[in-house]
Design a protein. Structure first.
Length: 335
């Protein structure tokens, strides 16, 4: 049985491969005399089916990367639980967690700090194979060359150090390392952000082919809504640590129900002759240390700002995620 099949079977027939339930992550920040509570992730629940690519979008600082790290157990959540392939990540002993690492990998946002500058690229890509005992030692150089080719790098890149590459090339090396152990689930934290446009298309096509050929399950974190629309089956939108909308990608981009994803879609550059420019989102993201009462988005929400008296519950009550269409949930009193 392959690594992918083992994890998918562990989830059970018809069960999601990844299940996040009531996940929260809080950090204590400040000096010795004052310690504030920063809510980076606030009561998030979502599921990702086997072979599905889930997009996670939102402005910088909304908690996307923290959520991705909590899902893989790289950060311990304050509350809630994460189940991957039928295994609760927070309850695993060290040995079991290490075995899970083969099935669940991460592509980090910063290619500069995610690669060891003292190791040659060939050793970086061969290391996970050795750690998990995959293949004979003499077979690993060929596997390294194959991985480099899949991300568009020449075989001689194996003999060079990370500092000899551009930022985009380093990110491709990081992607190759994540793919080396043939994982079932990948958290991709802005994997295309450091790449130029032509290489973005190449890597996006690679991720799409992997999803089709190997049923690779992905949590794809990105700011680029155009890439998310192309790659992802479903999209979850975060604002100030909370999910505000989750829907199939086609439905969300065709007609988002929450005013925040509407504003994000309106911000995507486009040129349409004869059409008026859309109203874009104003104001700044509030501090996660002192989030607004009620709906966290209400200080910037055009629905609330147009008639605060009529929409007073926006400032008083936090809206729950409720279903408004098949597989489409929204946290808005007036969706």
């Amino acid at each position: 049985m392959t690594a992918v099949a083992a994890v998918v079977d562990g989830a059970g027939a018809g069960e999601p491969l990844v299940r996040v339930e009531g996940l929260s992550k809080e950090f204590r920040v400040g000096g010795a005399l004052r310690r504030d509570l920063l809510r980076a992730v606030d009561d998030v629940s979502l599921t990702i089916g086997a072979g599905e690519t889930m997009g996670l979008v939102g402005e910088s600082g909304c908690g996307k990367s923290t959520l991705g790290r909590c899902v893989l157990g790289l950060i311990e959540p304050t509350r809630g639980r994460v189940v991957v392939g039928g295994l609760e990540v927070g309850a695993l002993a060290a040995g079991a967690l290490r075995r899970l690492r083969r099935q669940a990998q991460m592509i980090f946002q910063d290619p500069y700090s995610s690669l060891d500058p003292r190791m040659r690229v060939g050793a970086i890509l061969a290391e996970p194979l050795a750690v998990h005992g995959l293949g004979a030692r003499r077979e690993r150089p060929a596997r390294v060359r194959e991985l480099l080719g899949r991300v568009g790098l020449a075989p001689d890149a194996a003999e060079r150090y990370p500092h000899e590459f551009s930022g985009g090339q380093r990110q491709r090396i990081a992607i190759a390392r994540a793919l080396a152990v043939q994982p079932a689930f990948i958290v991709a934290d802005e994997p295309l952000a450091a790449l130029d446009v032509s290489i973005q298309a190449q890597v996006a096509n690679l991720l799409m082919s992997l999803q089709r050929a190997e049923r690779l399950t992905t949590l794809f974190i990105s700011h680029d809504l155009r890439v998310v629309a192309r790659l992802c089956h479903r999209v979850a939108v975060m604002y100030l640590g909370r999910l505000v909308e989750c829907a199939p990608a086609e439905a969300l981009f065709a007609g988002p129900r929450h005013p925040y994803p509407r504003a994000l879609c309106a911000a995507v550059p486009r040129v349409v002759p004869g059409r008026r420019p859309r109203t874009l989102l104003g104001g700044d993201v509030p501090s996660p240390i002192r989030p607004p009462s009620g709906c966290a988005f209400h200080p910037r929400c055009p629905i609330y700002l147009d008639a605060p008296a009529t929409h007073a519950e926006c400032a008083r009550e936090r809206p729950p995620l409720r279903q408004v269409a098949p597989a489409h949930t929204v946290a808005c009193h007036f969706a």
